[in-house]
Design a protein around this ligand. Structure first.
Ligand code: COA
Ligand code: ZN
Length: 306
């Protein structure tokens, strides 16, 4: 009998590179605008289908990304890469449209306390703020992604019920969001939870509209990707070098590192269109500006000298 394990996985995966946003929003030091632009250009050259480049949020909330307009004006937009940014409200959408964005991401969460800390409103309030954003997006033919943070656990409330995730997911889809990214903001998920949530969401939402966003805080991110692949999910968020964290999630470490994800997918023969060596180069450049080595395991192995 042939083994069934890992035989029926998606053959192609979309990687959404979120380092310039999810990573750089969390920097203690200042990364110069010109360095952000060069970093994004290197990521574009690596062939990502989607790069989340910045956030059009309140500069008081996230001063690190207050140069969003300059970044978008400075980068070279590679044909074949879609550039997206976070937008919390109408004002953010106006700024994003002015910067020529063709895709944006709204963001809420599955736990009340986190959403309150992150965007100063309730889950229902956040969704109300998205209504005009999505209307404007429709008018301008802009694609909208919706993040649901703390889908597996909340830094304030602990474990989050899968039903709470489904409720928010259904509301965002009803509002007209094209794709949902289900976030393990504090990196607590284990593969069985990923299967539970994926199966529940798939009962209501086409699997092509679901993406997973894992943080590697406790070392389970790649195992979670494998579980999600096994559920038919074929879109994953990751950050070059494993940059990131969340300013409103104490103790959150970085996103799943793109290099680590790519090494696994490449090895499994799953196509992404992204060049691993070029991602290492982008991480290397940013690391030289931050003065810190990337968290990525693959990066450490690839750059080790004997
Ligand atoms: N872009 C720029 N400025 C914005 C803005 C936007 N998208 N939205 C609000 N502002 C400004 C307002 O103009 C106002 O400025 P003022 O004090 O000079 O008048 C100030 O921010 C407060 O606006 P208000 O509408 O009362 O918002 P708030 O204080 O309740 O904050 C958010 C709500 C959502 C704007 C804010 O919490 C935020 O941007 N959060 C982002 C958090 C984030 O990115 N987290 C990481 C991602 S997971
Ligand atoms: Zn994240």
């Amino acid at each position: 009998m042939p083994r069934e394990l890992l035989n029926d996985l998606p053959r192609r995966v979309t990687i959404v590179e979120v380092g310039p946003r999810d990573g750089l929003q969390n920097e203690h030091g200042v990364v110069a605008t010109a360095d952000k632009i060069h970093f994004i250009n290197l990521l574009s050259a690596a062939g990502f289908p989607v790069i989340e480049a910045t956030s059009f949020v309140s500069p008081k909330a996230i001063p690190q990304l207050s140069d969003a307009a300059e970044v978008m004006a400075g980068i070279e937009r590679r044909p074949g890469t879609r550039y997206t940014a976070l937008v919390p409200n109408r004002k953010g959408m106006e700024r994003a449209l002015a910067a020529g964005l063709r895709e944006v991401a709204v963001f809420t969460g599955a736990s009340e306390t986190f959403v309150q800390h992150n965007i100063n409103t309730s889950i229902v309030g956040s969704i109300a703020n998205f209504r005009p954003v999505i209307e404007m997006a429709r008018e301008h033919g802009v694609r909208v992604r919706g993040y649901i943070s703390t889908a597996f656990g909340c830094p304030y409330e602990g474990r989050v019920a899968p039903d709470a995730v489904l409720r928010v997911a259904n509301e965002l889809i009803a509002l007209g969001v094209d794709e949902l990214s289900i976030g393990d903001t504090i990196g607590v998920a284990t593969p069985n939870q990923v299967v539970e949530i994926s199966d529940l969401l798939k009962s209501a939402i086409p699997v092509e509209r679901l993406a997973m966003h894992f943080h590697d805080t406790r070392g389970t991110a790649l195992a979670n990707v494998l579980a999600a692949l096994d559920c038919g999910i074929s879109s994953f968020d990751s950050s070059s070098g494993g940059l990131g964290g969340c300013p409103y999630a104490p103790g959150a470490s970085g996103n799943l590192a793109t290099e680590d994800l790519l090494y696994m997918l490449d090895g499994m023969g799953i196509e992404t269109g992204v060049n691993l060596a070029a991602v290492v180069e982008a991480s290397h450049f940013l690391a030289s500006k931050r003065g810190l080595p990337p968290a990525s395991r693959y990066y450490a192995a690839a750059t080790a000298t004997l």
